[in-house]
Design a protein around this ligand. Structure first.
Ligand SMILES: CC1=C(CCC(=O)O)c2cc3nc(cc4[nH]c(cc5[nH]c(cc1n2)c(C)c5CCC(=O)O)c(CCC(=O)O)c4C)C(CCC(=O)O)=C3C
Ligand SMILES: [Fe+2]
Length: 387
């Protein structure tokens, strides 16, 4: 990159972007070590690990997530190059190679000191936000770079045009497809039910998440509220969805059976809808940014089978992946952050509401907080739509 190009990069002194993700195994021999990384110290029962291992084993021991992140990196790089910015991208995972500490070391060795972190998770929550910050802290400690390298996490982006646009398109396509399936079965009178789905989390963790004004408005925890708001926005902005019923359900529960997690499970929900007369479902995986293993297994395998056994028409919508609007929208988010815009309530907010960058309230204990994504948990709510 030439000097001239470098000068066109908008900026407040960030000199690289770290794409931070979950990571996944890339062969049979990786599966168990990967699962041990994921669950270290969190009491997931062995039977659950064995069960999850079979999901990966059935796919050659390979999670699709790493390839999807390579594709996303390439797409983001192309978009950034197209804007003639000089802003190198790096990639680090929480649970598999390339690991976060190696990425931190590499960025430092390459001369970078202030880095924006873009996480492949759109919502607030322990697993989607805090755990990334904690792992950055651990990585800074492990590499001894805590004083030299500053990592600033880009806030949740579930409400941004980048994330919403691909799902609007996907919802319209899904409805059209299920209607066509129903018509082919001679059931053109039947209407599809829209089933929004996300990852279940322990109820106690969900309920501990603030802020109160979100709980009051939606009558539920912030994690569920953010998903409900996305679902509502999609239903209201996609013409094909007019008049259809929708719900928010959960998938991929783990942990001990005695611990309550958010419900209903998608399979139970589909059974109930069938009993109530639903003839077809459009499954919208709004909890995820790519079609990784949890999408492929829990939805394309299990939920699809459940629907099939009950004779329901079924369509699983794609996640944003490398949809052009997602890629360019993410780079817009990066640009606003580079320009120092308020991280929440931004220009391209498509989901109405005041969504403080809450990350999560409990369990979010990065030790080097000040140097890694100082949480913007201000009491006052600011920004264009924060009245
Ligand atoms: C909210 C959330 C997201 C969405 C946000 C985001 O997208 O980040 C997410 C994503 C993902 N979760 C993934 C995989 C796993 N999650 C597990 C376990 C857990 N997830 C949890 C929550 C979440 N998880 C929780 C509360 C647990 C149990 C306790 C714990 O361990 O903290 C386990 C252990 C075995 C099991 O019990 O399932 C595995 C293997 C993969 C990779 C898929 C691939 O390989 O393609 C991805 C993207
Ligand atoms: Fe998970």
């Amino acid at each position: 990159m030439s000097r001239a190009e470098n000068q066109s990069t908008p900026g407040l002194g960030y000199d690289a972007v770290l794409l931070a993700s979950f990571g996944g195994p890339e062969g049979q021999e990786d599966v168990i070590p990967f699962l041990r990384n994921v669950t270290a110290g969190r009491g997931i029962p062995d039977e659950r690990l064995e069960e999850v291992a079979t999901h990966y084993r059935a796919n050659g021991g390979v999670s699709p997530i790493n390839e999807q992140n390579r594709d996303l990196l390439a797409a983001l790089e192309a978009e950034i190059a197209g804007r003639e910015w000089s802003l190198p991208l790096y990639w680090g995972n929480r649970n598999w190679d390339p690991y976060i500490p190696d990425a931190l070391q590499q960025m430092y060795d390459d001369g970078h000191r202030r880095v924006l972190m873009l996480v492949t998770s759109a919502y607030a929550g322990y697993s989607s936000c805090c755990q990334y910050r904690e792992d950055i802290d651990k990585g800074l400690e492990a590499t001894g770079l805590g004083e030299q390298l500053e990592i600033v996490k880009i806030p949740q982006f579930f409400h941004d045009r980048a994330f919403i646009t691909p799902f609007q398109e996907a919802l319209a396509t899904g409805i059209t497809d299920v209607r066509a399936q129903l018509a082919a079965q001679g059931e053109s009178e039947a209407q599809p039910k829209i089933v929004f789905v996300t990852h279940s989390i322990p109820t106690a963790i969900a309920e501990a998440q603030g802020p109160e004004h979100v709980k009051e408005e939606f009558g539920t925890d912030a994690y569920s509220a953010q998903h409900l708001a996305v679902a509502r926005t999609l239903m209201e902005t996609v013409p094909e969805a007019a008049g259809l019923e929708h719900s928010l359900v959960f998938q991929s529960r783990s942990g001990a059976p005695s611990t309550p997690w958010l419900e209903p499970d998608i399979n139970d929900a589909i059974e109930e809808y069938a009993e109530q007369g639903t003839r077809g479902v459009v499954v919208m995986p709004i909890g995820f940014v790519s079609d990784h293993m949890e999408v492929k297994w829990d939805l394309d395998t299990e939920a699809k089978e459940t629907a099939g056994e009950l004779g329901l028409a079924f369509h699983r919508a794609p996640t944003p992946g490398i949809h052009a609007a997602f890629v360019s929208g993410l780079v817009d988010i990066v640009a606003r952050q580079l320009e120092g815009a308020a991280p929440q309530q931004q220009a391209n907010q498509k989901v109405p509401g005041t969504w403080d960058d809450i990350c999560c309230v409990t369990g979010c204990r990065p030790r080097l907080t000040a140097r890694s994504a100082a949480p913007r948990r201000e009491e006052s709510r600011t920004g264009p739509s924060g009245a």
